[in-house]
Design a protein around this ligand. Structure first.
Ligand code: ZN
Length: 278
């Protein structure tokens, strides 16, 4: 199965986006997006990376989302820089009314992978993952996140956006976040863990990025839950959970699974075991 990723450099052509401190948002967004595309292709097999623009041209918003929908993209990442007050910093957005739990999962991993790369380079304001009603996030049919790469109109941020190491870190964070979201990650290898339900071994899972994942059906049914599928997403007692497809099985993070079925969950580091109890 080929994974299709659409990267969307904001603005372009007669629409420069934010302009300040000798920088134009459209140029910075394109530079970061092109570098992220290169990194994705170099790092991971079996993915198709498309860009809504590769040059300084104007592309209307509906055309950007149509490209992603028509190509049946699995993820959409829009790259922008911020402006308009504030003390600078980094933030990401997803559509406020997204009903797809994979959207917040995509935002979570992109945000943290980018932040842990730019923070050591002197970016000290994490404005956090946010929700808003943004056109490109709302009109795309797949998990979509918009990244605000620092403030063009804050001099200290503009200075950072001129630095090759900061631009590299932003591009690498986007690639690593997508790699992690799709389970392609090369630098954070998953660690295999045992999963027990009511004291009995039921399956192996993976711990990655501070989250433990396991096969939804095996673990869920052992806990008496009813497991279903909606829109490539596992449901547990009707509640959609973030889903990774491993082979033909849907895997979900075990903590939200435990929350839905009201099981107690604990971690035994000595035996590398996640214990769920009803
Ligand atoms: Zn913008």
């Amino acid at each position: 199965m080929t994974i299709t990723i659409v990267l969307d450099p904001g603005h372009g052509g007669h629409d420069p986006g934010a302009v300040a401190n000798g920088l134009q948002e459209k140029d910075v967004a394109l530079q970061i997006s092109l570098a992220a595309a290169e990194r994705l292709k170099a790092k991971y097999e079996g993915i198709r990376v498309l860009l809504t623009r590769t040059a300084d041209v104007f592309v209307p918003l509906p055309e950007r989302t149509s490209i992603a929908n028509r190509e049946r993209a699995d993820a959409f990442v829009s790259v922008h820089c911020n402006a308009g007050g504030g003390a600078g910093g980094f933030e990401t957005y997803m559509y406020s009314r997204s009903a797809n739990p994979n959207t917040s999962e995509l935002q979570r991993v992109l945000h943290s992978e980018i932040w842990r790369r730019i923070n050591p380079l002197g970016v000290d304001r994490d404005r956090g993952p946010k929700k808003a009603d943004l056109y490109v996030c709302r009109e795309t049919n797949m998990p979509a996140v918009l990244i605000e790469c620092l403030f063009i109109d804050v001099p200290a941020d503009a200075e950072r956006l001129r630095r090759a190491d900061v631009l590299d870190a932003l591009a690498d964070g986007i690639a690593a976040g997508l790699g992690s979201y799709f389970g392609l990650t090369s630098d954070n290898q998953p660690v295999s863990v045992r999963i027990e339900v009511n004291g009995k071994y039921v399956a192996n899972g993976d711990a990655i990025d501070g989250r433990t994942w396991g096969p939804a059906r095996i673990v869920g049914e052992e806990l008496g839950a009813s497991i279903g599928w909606v829109d490539r997403t596992v449901t547990v007692n009707g509640v959609k959970l973030p889903t990774r497809l491993i082979g033909t099985a849907g895997w979900v993070p075990l903590r939200p699974l435990a929350d839905v079925v009201r099981a107690r969950i604990s971690w035994d580091g000595k035996s590398n075991t996640v214990k769920l109890k009803m």
